[in-house]
Ligand binder design. Structure first.
Ligand code: GAL
Length: 367
C-alpha cells in the first residue's frame, strides 16, 4: 500500500467518524467495527462521590482501551462549570467522540455547539442532555421501568391491590435538573397515585410533588436532613410505613434519619424503603434488613452498549438503537438504546450480583 493510499483511507475514516450517528459506511473503507486504532474518546462523568459513576468510568475506559481507543476520562465533582471546561478540553485535545453523563442536562448546549462545529460526535450517557441538537444518540436504562419496579414493589408488599391500608407514605427523589427523575418519579407514581387518591397511602408531610421531594445532586446528607425534618414535624406520634426513594444515595440518607429517630429497634420496625443502583452499602443494608429493595442497572452492560455505538460511529455506520420515541430533549427526539433494569432484594442478590461477578462475597462481608 502506498503512503498516499493510506492517507486517503485515513481521511475517509475521519469523515465517517465526524458523520456520527447519521453516517453510513462507505464501501471498502477498511475501518472495521471495533478497531479503535488510536482514535481519541472523551468520557465525562459527573462525580466520583457516587459508586456507580466510578464503575461507569472505569468500565468504559477499560472496554475502550481494550479495543485500541485512546481515552480521556474526567470526573467533574458535580460542578457544572468544571464539566463544561473538561468537555471543552476534550474537544481541543482531539477527541472525536465524547460520552457525557451530564450533571445538569440543560447546561451543556453551548459547549456541545462547539463539539458539533468541530465535528465531534456526542453520546448522552445514562442521563439525557437537554435542549441541543448536538447530541447524536443516548444510551441508558429503561428509566420509566425503574420507577415502575419501585412502585410495583410497594403495591405488592403492602397489599394495596387487595385494598389494605391506610399506610403512612413519604417520597424522596432526585434533582430537578436530571431528566431521569421525571421517569423515575413518573413510573412509580403512575402505579401509586390511585392509592394516594383513595387514601390507602397517606403522605402526612403533604409533600408529594417532584419539586417538593427533590434532592439536589442526589446528595445523601440533603436527603437525610429533609427526612429528619419530616420525621420531627409529622411523625412524633405516627409511624412511617413506607418511603419511596428513587435511588440508593437518597435511600441511605433516609435510612440514617429513620435510624436516628429510633426506627429499626424493638416495637419500631423500619419502613419499606426502596432504592436504585445496587450500590455496595445498600446491598449490605438489604441483607441486614434496613433497606427493602434496589434496582440493579448493570453498568458493565451500559458501557458495552456505548462501546458498540462508538465502534459503529468509527465505521461510519448507524449505532444500534431500540427507542426512537421516548427521549425528546426539547430540540430533537434523541435515538436511544434502553437496557432493562432489574429488581433486586434479599431473595435474588446472590444470583444477580455475585454469580454475575458484579460483587464478590468478601466485598459484601466487609464492614
Ligand atoms: C441518575 C442515575 C441513577 C443514580 C443517580 C445518582 O441519573 O440514573 O442511577 O445513580 O443519577 O447519581
Amino acid at each position: 500500500m502506498t503512503k498516499k493510499f493510506l492517507a486517503l483511507c485515513l481521511c475517509c475514516m475521519m469523515a465517517m467518524i465526524l458523520a456520527g450517528c447519521g453516517g453510513k459506511q462507505a464501501a471498502g473503507d477498511g475501518a472495521g467495527a471495533g478497531s479503535g486504532k488510536g482514535m481519541k474518546v472523551g468520557v465525562s462523568m459527573p462525580t466520583k462521590s457516587l459508586q456507580r459513576w466510578n464503575q461507569d468510568g472505569a468500565n468504559l475506559e477499560k472496554k475502550l482501551k481494550d479495543k485500541g481507543y485512546e481515552v480521556d476520562l474526567q470526573f467533574a465533582e458535580n460542578k457544572v462549570e468544571m464539566q463544561v471546561s473538561q468537555i471543552e478540553n476534550m474537544i481541543t485535545k482531539g477527541s472525536k467522540v465524547v460520552v457525557v453523563a451530564a450533571i445538569d442536562g440543560g447546561s451543556l448546549s453551548a459547549v456541545l455547539e462547539e463539539a458539533k462545529s468541530a465535528g465531534v460526535s456526542v453520546i448522552s450517557y445514562d442521563r439525557l442532555i437537554m435542549n441541543t441538537d448536538a447530541v447524536n444518540c443516548y444510551a441508558t436504562f429503561d428509566n420509566y421501568g425503574v420507577g415502575k419496579i419501585q412502585g410495583q414493589y410497594i403495591e405488592e408488599k403492602l397489599g394495596l391491590k387487595e385494598g389494605k391500608g391506610p399506610y403512612n407514605f413519604e417520597i424522596t427523589t432526585g434533582p430537578l435538573d436530571d431528566n431521569n427523575v421525571i421517569f423515575y418519579f413518573g413510573g412509580a407514581m403512575d402505579i401509586l397515585k390511585p392509592y394516594l387518591d383513595n387514601g390507602q397511602l397517606v403522605v402526612r408531610s403533604g409533600q408529594a410533588t417532584r419539586e417538593q421531594c427533590a434532592t439536589l445532586n442526589w446528595d445523601e446528607a440533603k436527603a437525610q436532613e429533609r427526612m429528619d425534618n419530616i420525621l420531627t414535624t409529622h411523625y412524633t406520634e405516627a409511624h412511617v410505613d413506607v418511603v419511596l426513594c428513587s435511588n440508593d444515595s437518597t435511600s441511605l440518607g433516609v435510612q440514617s434519619a429513620l435510624k436516628s429517630a429510633g426506627y429499626g429497634t424493638a416495637g419500631k420496625p423500619m419502613p419499606l424503603v426502596t432504592g436504585q443502583d445496587a450500590n455496595l452499602p445498600n446491598i449490605k443494608a438489604i441483607i441486614s434488613g434496613e433497606q427493602s429493595m434496589s434496582v440493579f442497572k448493570d453498568t458493565r452492560a451500559l458501557a458495552g452498549q456505548v462501546v458498540k455505538m462508538i465502534d459503529a460511529m468509527a465505521a461510519g455506520k448507524e449505532p444500534e438503537v431500540n427507542d426512537t420515541k421516548s427521549y425528546d430533549n426539547g430540540k430533537k427526539v434523541v435515538p436511544s438504546y434502553l437496557l432493562p433494569p432489574k429488581f433486586v432484594d434479599k431473595s435474588n442478590y446472590k444470583e444477580l450480583l455475585i454469580d454475575s461477578g458484579y460483587y464478590n462475597e468478601a466485598e459484601l462481608a466487609k464492614q
